[in-house]
Structures are given as C-alpha cells and as structure tokens.
Design a protein around this ligand. Structure first.
Ligand code: ZN
Length: 196
C-alpha cells in the first residue's frame, strides 16, 4: 500500500501516478488517497477529462460507486487555474488528456502541490496510452495496480475489448472490456466466448 512521504524541509510538491488495466482499482486507490488528505484538512481539488461522461459529469466514481466531487475539464491547461492555496490535486482518467499534461503537472508540483494521477497505462491494443508514458517518467512515485484475469486467475495487465469498434477512446463498462493477463490477451477472441 502506498504511504505518503513525510514532508522534509521546505514546502515542495510531487507527482504520484496510479496506473493499470481496466477494473484494477485505479480510481479506488485515487479516491482513498484523496479522502485521507481531505480528512487531514488539506485543500483538495479533483479533475477529470470531459470525455469521460459515463457517470455523473461532476464526480469521480469508481466501479463500485465510491465517489468524489470533481471538475470536468477539456484541456490540461485548465489545471493552471487551480486556486493557489490548493494542496492536493487528483486527476482521474489521465490517459484521455492532451500531451501537455506532463508539463502542466510538473509546473503545479513546482508550485508546491501534491498531484495524484490515475489512468490506464495501455489502450485496448496494448499500446501505451496518451500522456501516461511521459507522466510515469516525470513522477516521483508510481503504483501499478492489477485486475485479475477471469480466464486463468493470473494478474491482469491488459484491457481486452470485447466489441469490434476500433476507436482508441471507447468509454465503456464490463460488457465492452475485460481485464486479461498477457497470455490470455494475446489469445484474443479465442477466449471471447466465455460463459458468463
Ligand atoms: Zn489469463
């Protein structure tokens, strides 16, 4: 489990990334960290890309309905307008943001803020997703969480798309994706007709 680093010396910010496949508990972990900061009386702001409208547009909601109020923004530049006294910034679904996000969050960390980012590291094709590789490179702390492969029980690192659409961005639920380990992902639709 991730433990917050102690504050040493003068005030300085840092970047944390929580990554993994779909159904790996990324948003749960993001919410856990943000709620603990809020309970400690820290000023917290939560953002997500406007594209993710599968649930209420003003909330970060995990698959098991744990939730936090959030602000939907359509560009990472909007983060620069965060109130200056903000201490902790949460960002969910970071894979959908523009390539400027790593630069923006580094700017915010230099201003003393703690940035906690959750996102899919791989898209459904198994390719690094959007700004996530660069975010992983510039962050101080990385937590990779895993789902469990429903076919073999190993740790799942990939998000297998059950439907045929080829857009990289296809916001969906359990009927459109399933988490898979590397081997079961590579087996493709041979395994797609599992009994449910
Ligand atoms: Zn498997």
């Amino acid at each position: 489990m991730f433990l917050e680093p102690g504050q040493r010396g003068q005030r300085s910010g840092w970047i944390e990334v929580i990554c993994g496949s779909m159904f790996s508990g990324k948003t749960e972990e993001l919410i856990r960290r943000l709620k603990r900061a809020r309970i400690a009386g820290q000023r917290v702001a939560v953002y997500k890309p406007f594209i993710d409208d599968r649930y209420a547009t003003d909330e970060v909601v995990s698959h098991d309905a744990n939730k936090l109020v959030s602000i939907a923004i359509d560009s990472s530049r909007a983060l620069l307008n965060v109130p200056e006294d903000t201490q902790v910034i949460g960002i969910d679904e970071a894979q959908f943001f523009d390539p400027e996000l790593p630069t923006i969050v580094q700017n915010l960390a230099l201003r003393g803020m703690r940035i906690i980012i959750a996102g899919l590291d791989l898209d459904y094709r198994g390719e690094p997703f959007g700004p996530m590789p660069a975010l992983l490179a510039v962050s101080e702390y990385i937590t990779k969480v895993h789902a469990i492969c429903p076919h073999c029980g190993n740790l799942a690192t990939h998000s297998y798309r059950l439907s045929q659409e080829s857009d990289q961005v296809l916001v969906g639920e359990r009927d459109r994706y399933e988490p898979r380990c590397r081997v079961c992902y590579a087996m493709g639709n041979i395994l797609a007709l599992k009994p449910s």
